[in-house]
Design a protein around this ligand. Structure first.
Ligand code: IVH
Length: 684
């Protein structure tokens, strides 16, 4: 292949860079990751350096990119807002280079002691100049092109962290420069909300923060959780600036301005390298994104001596870390089944080094998100891995040029792990496996829930043991829990690593004890989606035995107190899975029992007592109190504990007491067991 013509390549790069700068700065809708933009810019810089005749006045390398948006009033900066040189060599060599350049420029010879630097974080957001006049926030402006920015005062005022009035002394003019950014947790929450409401998600905290500040409607800015850190000064009048940068930051903090605590005064290149390494190790744990650290000569007088190199100070540099966003190819989309049964589409990527590790899987969250992003297998996509957040595909490279989105991926109708039906609730976003008890992906979660105090209350079965049982292969299905007592398994149980005989014995005793339970507890323990304790109790009361419940139609389920369509469907689907039914039968075969009755409401039978309230008193000749109650309830009637004017009938047996007197007093009809049976048969 022929070498590309440098002139043609330079022209191509200029067009590309102009396009992406516009997308980024004006539209706040970047199409490529920053690292890719930087790569293109560096390539153009290199070309122009090698072939100076290719340099044009409008080259993106010739200006600080940034444009004043129509809609914001322009603000001319009293002191230009400069940028700093970026050291892209992420190794210690980058720090040595900077220290060497400072020493050379300041003409410090070999035996002069190391230079003191203030090392701080490079926040990833939008640079803002806050102008305080007599201690009051008078104006806030973006950097724009460095000379002229945009007046975003109204928007900045919505950021609670930024004081509207300085604490203590009020200098005549104090311009504080810093970065508006968004914390990672705030960003995740915001995206979670967007996802839940079916709205588009944001790409990364930086773009979101920048976009929020440059919203024309401050009400929208106010809804975005933004934060701020100061890192420098602009114009100052009537304020004694401390003699070092670190003391200046301390002074700003005293005035009530947020200043990041992760900073240090260090000595020489070695000190810089230590800081770079320490923050690199801490980077993932920080609550916000950084893409590097910044080194500044600490002594203000020395800063002044060093001065500027056209647009950048000689006394400061940004030292980068590996990028948190990269482009790579989307090779396939797999399905992962989570502990709770949620199906997540996972991008299988051409492995790429991002955020400090090699990433080959990234989440696509759900099928709606996937569609919104319009990514397809075969696309070149942007992957992001920041902090301990799971890597995600944030979008695809390339503009909207592609015609209507045609998905080449669908959610599977059956769980890839256990084959159970996959269900998406009405109006819901997530697809879920309905094989909760049976599905291997959900086994541990299911076991833990099953054993829980409010469920089967199996003493001695906690987190750690569940892990051991599952990982050790001792339990593959829920009912196998109850076969742990058999000799062979018992031996293996005791052989489990670190499992003392005592805890094995405790578990076996706990299992034995749990076998006698109630239907409500058992139902709750099954972990049917949306069936919490209360619903489980309602279901148990209503159906009385598990077979009626398992056979109940959606319509019949809807008759239960507080059971709506989503819950009813969830129960129905659960029991439609043959594997779930099998597990229930196996558990019962293992000896789990509970008292049963015929249910409050027969699914079809006549309801001769519908709307009637009965009071039972005394001993009936053949029916126990519970049996009589069950019969009344099965016929649609209610059994109350005391007699009132609302009582329809009092059923009295031997040794009936005060309730019988009360019935007579109020003129309520009194029946014996035969009378009751007559009612139940439909007489009146
Ligand atoms: S100092 C003259 N310190 O990175 C020095 N900048 O080009 C001016 N940034 O746009 C910048 N963290 O928005 C400085 N601790 C920090 C910073 C920082 C982030 C941004 C700033 C500027 C760019 C540097």
């Amino acid at each position: 292949m022929a070498e590309p013509d440098p002139a043609a390549r330079a022209a191509e790069l200029r067009t590309l860079l102009h396009h992406h700068a516009h997308r980024y700065y004006v539209l706040d809708a970047p199409e490529i990751p920053d690292a890719e933009y930087d790569r293109l810019l560096t390539e153009l810089q290199a070309l122009e350096a090698a072939f100076p005749e290719l340099l044009t006045p409008d080259s993106p390398t010739q200006r600080v990119v940034g444009q004043v948006l129509p809609g914001f009033a322009p603000v001319r900066h009293a002191v230009p807002m400069l940028s700093i040189r970026t050291e892209t060599d992420t190794t210690p060599a980058g720090a040595y280079k900077f220290d060497a350049s400072v020493r050379k420029a300041a003409q410090l010879t070999g035996d002069v002691p190391p230079v003191a630097y203030n090392a701080e974080l490079k926040f990833d957001g939008l640079a803002i100049n806050l102008r305080y006049v007599q201690g009051v926030l008078a104006q806030a402006a973006t950097r724009g092109d460095g000379e002229t920015g945009e007046d975003v005062t109204q928007n900045i005022r919505t950021i609670n962290q930024i004081p509207l009035r300085l604490q203590g002394a009020a200098p005549e003019v104090l311009e504080v420069r810093g970065e508006v950014y968004m914390r990672r947790d705030d960003f995740e929450r915001l995206n979670e909300r967007q996802r839940e409401t079916g709205q588009k998600t944001y790409i990364n905290p930086r773009n979101t923060a920048a976009g929020a500040v440059r919203q024309l409607d401050p009400a929208i800015t106010a809804k975005r959780p933004l934060s701020f850190f100061a890192y420098g000064l602009g114009e100052i009048r009537g304020w004694d600036q401390p003699s070092t940068h670190s003391a200046t930051l301390d002074a700003l903090a005293k005035l009530g301005i947020p200043v990041c605590a992760d900073r240090a005064v260090v000595l020489g290149a070695d000190g810089l390298i230590d800081f770079h390494a320490a923050m690199g190790a801490k980077r993932d744990a920080l609550p916000f994104d950084i893409d590097g650290v910044v080194y500044k000569v600490n002594d203000v007088a020395l800063q002044e001596r060093l001065g500027f190199l056209t647009h950048q100070p000689r006394w400061a540099v940004a030292h980068k870390y590996p990028a948190q966003e990269q482009v790579t190819r989307l090779n396939a989309i797999d399905i992962q089944v989570g502990r709770t049964g949620k199906l997540t589409p996972v991008a299988k990527l051409e492995p790429v080094f991002v955020g400090g590790t090699t990433v080959s899987n990234a989440t696509l969250h759900n099928v709606f998100e996937l569609r919104r992003k319009g990514v397809r297998v075969g696309d070149t996509v942007i992957v992001r891995r920041a902090g301990d957040v799971i890597p995600e595909v944030v979008g695809r490279v390339g503009s909207g040029a592609r015609a209507p989105y045609v998905p080449n991926f669908r959610m599977p109708p059956a769980c890839p792990v256990c084959g159970s039906t996959v269900l998406r609730e009405r109006g819901g976003i997530d697809h879920r496996c309905s094989g909760g008890l049976f599905c291997a992906a959900q086994r541990k979660q299911a076991l833990l829930h099953f054993a829980g105090r409010r469920a089967m209350d199996i003493e001695g079965l906690g987190d750690k043991l569940v892990d051991q049982l599952g990982d050790g292969g001792l339990i593959r299905t829920l009912p196998e829990l109850y076969t742990l007592a058999t000799d062979e398994r018992r031996a293996r149980l005791s052989a489990l690593e670190r499992m003392a005989d005592k805890s094995a014995a405790r578990l076996l005793a706990g299992l034995e004890k749990s076998k006698t339970t109630t239907l409500a507890r058992f139902l709750y323990a099954l972990g049917i989606r949306h069936v919490g304790e209360t619903t489980a109790k309602d279901l148990a009361r209503h159906f009385g035995n598990i077979h009626r419940l398992m056979a109940a139609s959606v319509e019949q389920l809807l008759e239960v107190n507080d059971v709506g369509p989503v819950v009813a469907q969830s129960i129905r689907t659960f029991f439609e899975q043959p594997h779930n039914v099998e597990v229930v039968e196996q558990l019962r075969a293992a000896g789990i029992t509970w008292p049963e009755h015929d249910g409050d409401a027969p699914d079809k039978g006549p309801q001769p007592l519908a709307g009637k309230t009965l009071v039972l008193t005394g001993t009936l000749p053949t029916l126990t109190r519970d049996e009589a109650k069950a019969l009344v309830e099965a016929a649609g009637g209610k059994v109350a504990g005391s007699v009132s004017k609302k009582t329809s009938y009092v059923v009295a047996g031997d040794e009936a007491g005060s309730k019988l007197d009360k019935a007579r007093e109020l003129g309520v009809t009194v029946l014996d067991e035969t009378g009751l049976r007559g009612l139940l048969d439909g007489g009146s």
